[in-house]
Design a protein. Structure first.
Lengths: 315, 335, 359
């Protein structure tokens, strides 16, 4: 198991390194100018380039960037926020996005699981149909549309919730964005749970468990849930990444200073901010790879078929 | 059935005249695709999805022709005082039947704006269907290209196996670890915003799913007898991949396509909303939703048409995809 | 004790609701199991063998509808008086509590899928002992090891901690049998217990079941499509076709004096070393689609001896002897005399002589 884990971690780190390198090279060799040329003179740009070391060979630049990165320093923005250190800006953004995203994940997963389980246990009855309709709507309507409606009705028509995000009233003003973000997770999880459960409940091993006298809650807890829930981990992973990294549109609509909004600002400003694109790109990829790694290891822990063969195989 | 037992008579006990009992009446030869089509069309949801998608496509093609304005026309009339009055922010109205909300509506009483007009005086009916058309074009173009790339990639990788497969799969793994947003942002550095950017971004991400499916199919099929047979007969790799195995992977691929189209539409909508997609005065579903959102406090009706079209498209394609999947792999419950 | 009826199925009639319509899968089945005996149900896939027995255990899929019928089970609580219950009328909870596992147990067809992949096999055996029979963990463990040894698993202590995927198919089927025996049932239902296994393992599993049956005085129901299995293990044979029993009799009667053309077909389709034919016979056509209620005898379209009456009316069971019945109009007094097909008759003769040698 240890060997398996180490191998997985090593692979993930290697992938991340490759991606950082690719991103860096892509961002640096791309044609275009990182500074708003209308506002700066040619000399000023040249001076700035020299200051940032943009004229050195690319590998030297990469080495410098990497060593800074390993010390946790993303450098400075080129145009965004007047060149403030990215670390400071990112810290606020991450905290906002993670808190709102985390809330959405918790609510979405909990309600989704509950809904899916209830639907599967009442197959073909009202609750099952309700779950189906609910998850179809949740999957077909983007979360920002929900937010637009919620905002219109509960912040504008009936001004109960704040119209824009307010960091001082965090919990209160994250109700609407978290709720709308959680709907997609909720419906995906509900639909997946329901289908997995139904499949497991029709499986031979549940038949066998019934034939030896298990029924009701014991049967569901001991045999159905565990087998049905293991695969859900894989569905959850990409959803978690999406939510943690802040759904761009939701953050834009609700004026949340999160990672998503930062990304939007970085690529839609007058001059695209290379360093922010790079920093955010690395952050997104690292999160994605990290969570996939966790899922991989978790899956191994939950499913003896993988765990035991990893132990026995030893490779 | 049992209330009046049948009393057999002598003549009943004669053998039936010569019949051919060797042919199977139950499973009379029915083509594979015919069977799939039958179970697809028996599925109410799938048919509903098909109807929805066909209807939206119909309007996306003919909708703009039904109105007398183009998507970028700013509609105006000259008032009695000789001033240009623009049809800004008029709610849905049908000439002579329904009077729209807004200012100066009496001047436009003879106009029909089924979905109303936007804040600069453009007809939303035309813009909605034009937007739907752009979104659909983006979706279809990217998915067709992705299908070609992904299928070729997966089939080749699966067919040759070994080292080739290993390298190709590592590449897939790495590309799969780069979130789509990162790709978009890198692209945004050097590409002008617009439809092309959206298409390239989708091209770079959506092929992966297709390649995985076709590789899996290839691994499954290549061990089968008919492939071995044609290999022993001296068929080349190219022939085996594209003439023998490709046709058998069509089913799962079509299912994947049906699920990829909504993803593409979703992505386009979100990129355009964020501002790296379609640029004005062009429009797409996404940019229309954004415009609607910007005016939601003053013109709340404006956001509805693009949202409904988007939701219906998602619904339709998802239903069709589900229908295909079930038709290709029928379970007893779905019979 | 012998010859006492333990399980009786009466006029069982079951439909399945599907999206395509109602499938009338079981169309009036009667079956008798006596204590200590072995009954086999034979038929093609989809003839309703498994459904019949699943109904008896309350294990039907949720879209099944029981239209009519009774499953009468007779048992005695300890030394108490004998009582008979209709298993179909029993609430599910009570059925699971009182019958499943400790009265009637089932062995499923595919050992690859019938064990929970995420649970150690020891836990799976011990589960119902601890939950419903109030055993302590240590007792349950001891008993489980005994059971594993009984079903011929070496190194039983060590195997208790294994997960199903670490065992071979034959081993898993032994585990499934151990689970079935864990509640000391009266009746063991084996649903194609050897179909998914290698031929060499098949014989061993059959021997094992027979041995266990003798040792524990079990009544066994075999569901199979393999007449070879039937010949080895059964006392009585029920031949099932399209949701009905078409012929029933002692194993000798079915093998040496078959009366129904379908049974003839099944027997002819058995591979035989001594046969001169170089082609293996198979019954033409395929079983009817029970989505549409068959008119007359369901076997008519595949029956080389079909008569006019077969298209009009389903035949009743005709009595041949006290133990042997068959549902075919050929047994009607007015029917023309039909001899066994030549090839089959020769084969049965051979087989009979073969068998007499060993007596």
């Amino acid at each position: 198991m240890v060997k398996y884990t180490l191998k997985r971690v090593g692979l993930a780190l290697l992938t991340l390194f490759l991606i950082v390198f690719l991103l860096f090279v892509l961002v640096r060799i791309m044609p275009g100018n990182p500074f708003p040329s209308e506002r700066m003179s040619a000399e000023a740009i040249a001076a700035k380039r020299a200051e940032m070391g943009l004229d050195d060979p690319i590998l030297i630049q990469f080495g410098r960037y990497l060593s800074n990165l390993l010390r946790g320093d993303f450098g400075k923005g080129t145009s965004l926020y007047n060149g403030a250190p990215i670390n400071t800006v990112l810290a606020t953004a991450i905290s906002n996005s993670f808190r709102i995203g985390g809330l959405a994940i918790l609510v979405g997963t909990a309600v989704g699981l509950l809904l899916g389980i209830v639907a599967a246990l009442n197959r073909g009855k009202f609750l099952d149909h309700f779950c189906t309709v609910f998850s179809i709507i949740g999957v077909c309507v983007p979360s920002y549309v929900f937010l637009i409606f919620l905002q219109y009705f509960f912040s504008f028509k009936i001004p109960y919730f704040p119209y824009f995000f307010d960091a001082n009233r965090f919990l209160f003003s994250s109700v609407l964005p978290s709720l709308s973000l959680s709907l997609f997770t909720m419906s995906t999880v509900a639909r997946f749970t329901r289908n997995e459960m139904v499949e497991v409940m029709d499986s031979d091993y549940v038949r066998l468990a019934e034939s030896k006298g298990l029924y009701g809650g014991t049967l569901v807890r001991k045999h159905v849930l565990r087998n049905a829930l293991v695969p859900i981990v894989t569905v959850l992973a990409p959803l978690i990444v999406d939510l943690l990294t802040g759904a761009l549109v939701v953050e834009k609509i609700y004026g949340i200073n999160g990672i998503g909004k930062l990304m939007v600002d970085a690529i839609t400003g007058e001059g695209v901010d290379y360093n922010y694109v790079l920093a955010l790109g690395i952050l997104y990829s690292a999160l994605y790879i990290g969570i996939m790694l966790v899922v991989d290891l978790l899956y191994g822990l939950l499913d003896p078929r993988i765990r035991v063969s990893a132990k026995e195989g030893g490779s | 059935m049992n209330n009046t037992p049948y009393v057999p008579v002598k003549e009943d006990f004669q053998f039936l005249p010569d019949r051919d009992i060797t042919t199977d009446q139950n499973f009379a030869s029915q083509g594979y695709w015919k069977g799939v089509a039958i179970s697809f069309f028996r599925n109410k949801r799938a048919v509903a999805g098909l109807v929805i998608v066909v209807l939206i496509m119909f309007f996306a093609i003919f909708g703009p022709m039904m109105s007398s304005y183009s998507y970028k026309d700013i509609i105006s009339v000259t008032s009695a005082e000789g001033k240009q009055i623009v049809a800004k922010g008029i709610g849905p109205q049908i000439s002579g039947v329904l009077q729209g909300s807004g200012q100066n509506t009496e001047l436009f009483a003879d106009h029909t704006f089924l979905f109303g007009t936007d804040d600069v005086g453009r007809d939303l009916w035309t813009r909605t269907w034009d937007g739907a058309r752009i979104s659909l074009i983006i979706a279809f173009v990217t998915i067709v290209i992705d299908m070609i790339i992904g299928m070729s990639y997966g089939l080749i990788s699966g067919f040759f196996g070994g080292m080739v497969d290993n390298i190709m799969q590592r590449i897939v793994e790495i590309s799969n670890s780069v979130p789509r947003l990162v790709i978009v942002s890198v692209l945004a550095i050097f590409m002008p915003k617009g439809m092309f950017l959206v298409i390239v971004a989708l091209l770079l991400t959506e092929w992966i799913g297709m390649s995985k499916i076709s590789r899996a199919e290839m691994l499954k099929l290549k061990e089968q007898e008919y492939v071995l047979a044609s290999r022993t007969l001296g068929a080349g790799s190219f022939h085996i991949i594209f003439r023998q195995i490709l046709p058998n992977t069509i089913g799962p691929i079509i299912t994947q396509v049906m699920f990829s189209i909504p993803t593409a539409i979703f992505t386009e909508a979100f990129l355009s909303f964020v501002g790296v997609g379609i640029v004005l005065p062009e429009c797409s579903i996404g940019s229309l939703i954004e415009a609607g959102f910007n005016n939601i406090t003053t013109l709340p009706y404006q956001i509805m048409p693009p949202i409904i079209v988007l939701a219906l498209l998602m619904l339709g394609f998802n239903f069709i995809g589900d229908g295909f999947r079930e038709a290709l792999a029928p379970k007893l419950e779905d019979m | 004790m012998a010859n006492k009826t333990i399980l009786e199925i009466k006029d069982l009639d079951i439909s399945f609701r599907t999206n395509a319509g109602v499938i009338h899968a079981i169309r009036g089945v009667n079956l008798l199991l006596k204590k200590g005996e072995t009954v086999a149900i034979v038929g093609e896939s989809g003839s309703g063998k498994s459904v019949t027995m699943k109904a008896a255990c309350g294990l039907l899929d949720s879209n099944a509808v029981i239209n009519s019928g009774q499953v009468l089970y007779t048992y005695a609580e300890g030394d108490g008086p004998e009582q008979t219950v209709d298993l179909l009328k029993l609430p599910k909870k009570q059925l699971r509590k009182t019958i499943n596992g400790n009265r009637i147990a089932m062995v499923f067809q595919d050992p690859m899928t019938s064990l929970d992949p995420t649970m150690q096999i020891g836990k799976q055996i011990m589960e119902s002992m601890i939950l419903y029979r109030g055993m302590s963990k240590a007792d349950a463990w001891k008993r489980s090891v005994e059971l594993l040894e009984l079903v011929g698993i070496t190194d039983a202590e060590k195997r208790m901690k294994n997960y199903p995927h670490q065992l071979s198919g034959g081993m898993r089927q032994r585990v499934v049998i151990a689970i079935a025996l864990s509640g000391s049932p009266d009746i063991l239902i084996c649903d194609e217990p050897t179909t998914a296994l290698d031929v060499t393992i098949q014989a061993k599993i059959l021997e094992l079941i027979k041995e266990v049956q003798d040792r524990l005085a079990l009544s066994v129901i075999y569901i199979t499509h393999d007449l070879g299995v039937v010949a080895k293990v059964a006392d009585y044979v029920n031949v099932m076709y399209a949701g009905k029993i078409v012929e029933v009799g002692k194993v000798d009667e079915i093998f040496y004096e078959p009366a129904h053309p379908y049974t003839w077909g099944l027997l002819s389709a058995m591979p035989d070393l001594d046969t001169d034919d170089d082609r293996l016979y198979s019954i033409p056509g395929s079983p009817p689609n029970l989505l549409h209620e068959p008119q007359g005898d369901a076997f008519t379209p595949r029956n080389a001896f079909a008569m006019r009456i077969d298209e009009k009316e389903a035949p009743p069971l005709f009595k041949i002897s006290d133990t042997h019945y068959a549902a075919t109009w050929l047994l009607h007094p007015d029917a023309p005399k039909v001899e066994l097909p030549e090839g089959l008759r020769a084969r049965l003769e051979r087989a009979k002589k073969e068998a007499e040698k060993y007596l």
